[in-house]
Design a protein around this ligand. Structure first.
Ligand code: PGA
Length: 252
């Protein structure tokens, strides 16, 4: 049985003054839902604050990106070891917003996932197709290409130290979630792809769904056999919505 993980991707939101109220509500809500795992993925400058506020709580934390380099002349980058210094468990890699805005290709995403795993962080590896790719019948080809780059770079055994997130680009921040059938089809195919290399790793892999998840659609998504939680953007900024998704995961 795979534990469900509800991870809040704050993106470029938050403030030093406003974060404590949200963190406090999330931590106390998470404590009432012990069968579900929670995490918040926050901007780098808030990691110290989040570590101080969430240490010992039922909510883990992490960053939204990590360098593929260990150290050196890489202006603006943050290494996995630095994230570990702030108690991070997770780092998102390959989010579609970074792929699109920062030109992160499959090889770079795979290198970041490897750097994270080698350091002892759990990368949340994002894959997902654009609307044009879906309409062109390319969905599985695209997500397999993105997954295969990571699978080949890490080797299937190291995949056991990762979380996968399927986030159709057309569903992110649009209010338009994938239908349960669309999501389940891709999740099952991703799991099968990993299981073909190692069925134990494939069977144990947590695969999150992301893209306009909210309390109103969470239960039908979380009930699907190959959906093991959610990567939540907009709805992670309001404690009631984020915890509502967590309650759906507990019920599912
Ligand atoms: P959204 O974002 O929930 O606001 O659609 C999800 C994500 O990009 O991780």
């Amino acid at each position: 049985m795979r534990t469900k993980l509800i991870a809040g991707n704050w993106k470029m939101h938050g403030s030093l003054a406003g974060n404590p109220a949200l963190l406090q509500s999330v931590a106390s809500g998470a404590a009432t839902l012990p069968t579900v795992s929670f995490a918040v993925l926050v901007p780098f400058p808030y990691l110290a604050q989040v570590q101080a506020r969430l240490s010992g709580s039922a909510c883990a934390w992490g960053a939204q990106d990590v360098s593929d380099e260990v150290r050196g002349a890489f202006t603006g980058e943050v290494s996995a070891a630095m994230l570990l210094d702030f108690g991070c468990r997770y780092a998102v890699v390959g989010h579609s917003e970074r792929r699109a805005r920062h030109g992160e290709d499959d090889a770079r995403v795979a290198a970041k996932a490897l750097a994270a795993v080698e350091a002892g962080l759990t990368p949340i590896v994002c894959v997902g197709e654009t609307l044009a790719e879906r309409e062109g019948g390319q969905t599985l080809a695209v997500v397999f290409r993105q997954l295969d780059a990571v699978l080949e770079r890490l080797g299937v055994r190291r995949m056991a130290g990762t979380v996968l997130a399927y986030e159709p680009v057309w569903a992110i921040g649009t209010g338009r979630s994938a239908t349960p059938d669309q999501a389940q089809e891709v999740h099952a195919a991703l799991r099968q792809r990993v299981s073909n290399a190692d069925w134990v790793v494939g069977g144990g892999l947590q695969i999150l769904y992301g893209g306009s998840v909210k309390p109103a659609n969470a239960l039908e998504l979380m009930r699907l056999p190959d959906i093991d939680g959610a990567l939540v953007g907009g709805a992670s900024l309001a404690a009631d919505d984020f915890l509502g998704i967590g309650r759906a995961a507990a019920l599912a």
